[in-house]
Ligand binder design. Structure first.
Ligand code: FAD
Length: 554
């Protein structure tokens, strides 16, 4: 057999470090700032993937602290927020969206049970701020001021704090006990609270301005919009919000009497579901179609599940009475027409379509406007809302506003977010006499499903919190939805893709064929050594959560 002779090869006697192969590549992986669709859509801008990651790690306290940076009331929002975050969760393109709402509630309930203190650590200062109104806007503002060490005094016209959280949203969705517990927890014992005191009546605005360096107006919008009918006699017609204030206790109707509810918002559905629990027969009349209903989608679904009838494209025209007693409503039918000035689809009455709807009681839920007439004259007002500058200031120096009283979507998380923004603005104003400039949103893109490495995620159905049967819920005011157990919350958290949120899984480090990804031994944070990265971008491929992107080198 011929003796095989290898050709000569050159052997390097030095290490490979001197050959900076990174220069050969045309591509490079980048930690590019990206955001998750859930956080982008959250009006409170909560760092959702980050808090869910902490739940996954089993560090629930840290999860709660992440939420607190933007939302002081996770027990409450975990129950009543309309959770646009879930609608935009990209996992729904794979199996089902993550139960972000239920995770937030779990974290909030857990922190309360552990007796944690959300106000730890501020160094107090002697500056005093008055917060008028204790709905979510006022509480949001007070909390972020307390965290910065201000002396905050709260003023509330009602006997108890909470605004619509207590006097609007019914017990079966948000127990009053939870409202009391969470407000006490976030305000701490040092806050001065004056209840049953209406600023502008019991205490003048001038006095308030003289005593405080900053004022926040979180007075909400609770004045009912009246029903306009062909007649003036509205006797026996009840306002929906007044009805809800006492959970329907002060309005009497016999079992099985029909209660006609006019409106299509949250108030209308809350009234209908309360009537049902008080053994009446609710019938909701709404002038547009289901698609245009301003009520939150999950509220519509829950009302439908309880068997509440909603008649669409119906407008009331006259109250029909017999011997002084209400017999029903004369109504007309509507048809939908084109979009109005506000972009919302308009409706028009159908000629000769009058018909009679029998009923024994009428409750109106046509929306609310703000009571702005008694505000200080320098406060800017337009169409019954307070006008605010981008820094939340509403005219006079040192006076800020937020929540339902200003022109913005009416929801708990919007109110909380506006309260927080005002607190930051007040802080800046009181220390530097500078104007607060809201963050200019950086040009970032949300991680898409194409950027997620789905091989790392099994298809798993979402965890559902317990829910009372429709039968059981309509016979009591017991809370309809339950809180996830710890095990269920941990399982649910592991379904989160963690879009754009590096959890130091190490995939980029392990898969790099060039050893060009380095990890900080302590923090496990990774960085790419461009001298040796040839740009194969395996790390980008293997990143489960779209943190890395491949880019052409310039
Ligand atoms: P409010 O909650 O109205 O609080 C204002 C407070 O200011 C009140 O307590 C009032 O007594 C006090 N006040 C007013 N004037 C004075 C004064 N001069 N002096 C002292 N105190 C004063 N949103 C959701 O996100 N999810 C829901 O499920 C939901 N359901 C709803 C159900 C109903 C029936 C209604 C009506 C609304 C619902 N909303 C919901 C909307 C949400 O409740 C409001 O957007 C939110 O409460 C607004 O917060 P706010 O602090 O601006 O005002």
């Amino acid at each position: 057999m011929a003796k095989h002779k290898s050709p000569p090869v050159s052997i390097s006697l030095n290490g490979t470090q001197r050959t900076k192969t990174g220069r050969w590549g045309v591509m490079r992986p980048l930690f590019k700032q990206k955001t998750s669709a859930c956080s982008t859509r959250c009006p409170g801008e909560i760092h959702i993937p980050e808090f869910i990651q902490r739940v996954q790690d089993g560090d629930i306290e840290k999860a709660w602290r992440v939420i607190l940076e933007d939302n002081p009331l996770p027990r409450i929002t975990g129950r009543v927020c309309f959770h646009p975050c879930e609608e935009s969760c990209i996992r729904q393109n794979y199996d089902q969206h993550v139960s972000i709402h239920s995770l937030e509630r779990f974290v909030g309930d857990w922190a309360f049970e552990k007796g944690l203190n959300p106000l730890e650590g501020p160094s107090p200062n002697d500056k005093r701020v008055a917060v008028v109104g204790t709905g979510p806007a006022g509480i949001g503002c007070a909390f972020y001021l307390l965290r910065r060490g201000y002396r905050v005094s709260l003023f509330e016209a009602m006997p108890e704090m909470g605004g619509l959280l207590r006097y609007g949203i019914p017990e079966y969705r948000l127990p009053k006990r939870i409202v009391s517990e969470e407000l006490e927890m976030v305000l701490g014992s040092a806050t001065e609270i004056s209840k049953g005191l209406t600023v502008g009546q019991d205490l003048s605005w001038n006095e308030l301005q003289a005593q405080y360096q900053g004022i926040f107006l979180g007075i909400g919008a609770q004045r009912p919009i009246k029903l306009e009918l062909d007649e003036d006699n509205h006797e026996g017609v009840v306002d929906g919000l007044a009805f809800l204030q006492t959970g329907g206790e002060k309005v009497s109707f016999d079992p099985d009497q029909t209660v006609l509810i006019i409106g299509g918002g949250n108030t209308a559905l809350d009234v209908a579901r309360t009537v049902l629990r008080r053994k009446g027969m609710p019938l909701v009349l709404y002038r547009r179609t289901r698609e245009e209903m301003p009520a939150f989608e999950d509220q519509i679904q829950e009302a439908e599940a309880e068997g509440i009838e909603i008649r669409f494209l119906v407008s009331p025209r006259a109250i029909i009475r017999e011997g002084g007693r209400i017999k029903g409503l004369e109504c007309i039918k509507n048809r939908m027409s084109g979009a109005g000035a506000d972009g919302r689809r308009e409706f028009a009455p159908l000629e000769n379509s009058a018909f009679f709807v029998p009923g024994d009681l009428i409750i109106t839920a046509l929306g609310q406007s703000a009571e702005v007439s008694s505000l200080p004259p320098a406060v800017m007002v337009k169409e019954e809302t307070v006008v605010v500058a981008p820094d939340s200031c509403c005219g006079p120096q040192g006076i800020y506003a937020g929540g339902d009283v200003i022109d913005m979507p009416r929801s708990v998380i919007h109110a909380l977010a506006s309260g927080k923004q005002a607190a930051l603005a007040i802080d800046l104003y009181l220390w530097n006499k500078e104007k607060y400039r809201p963050d200019v949103k950086k040009e970032t893109s949300d991680v898409t499903i194409e950027e997620i490495n789905l091989a790392y995620f099994e298809k798993v159905p979402r965890e559902q919190p317990s829910i009372l049967s429709a039968e059981k819920r309509t016979s009591s005011f017991e809370e309809v939805n339950g809180t996830l157990s710890r095990d269920a919350a941990l399982r649910e958290s592991s379904r989160c893709f963690g879009c754009g949120n590096c959890n130091t899984c190490g995939n980029c480090y392990f898969f790099c064929p060039d050893f060009a990804v380095h990890r900080d031994a302590k923090t496990l944070k990774v960085f790419i050594d461009e001298d040796y990265c040839k740009g194969c971008c395996v790390c980008v491929e293997e990143c489960p959560r779209g943190v890395l992107s491949a880019e052409v080198k310039k």
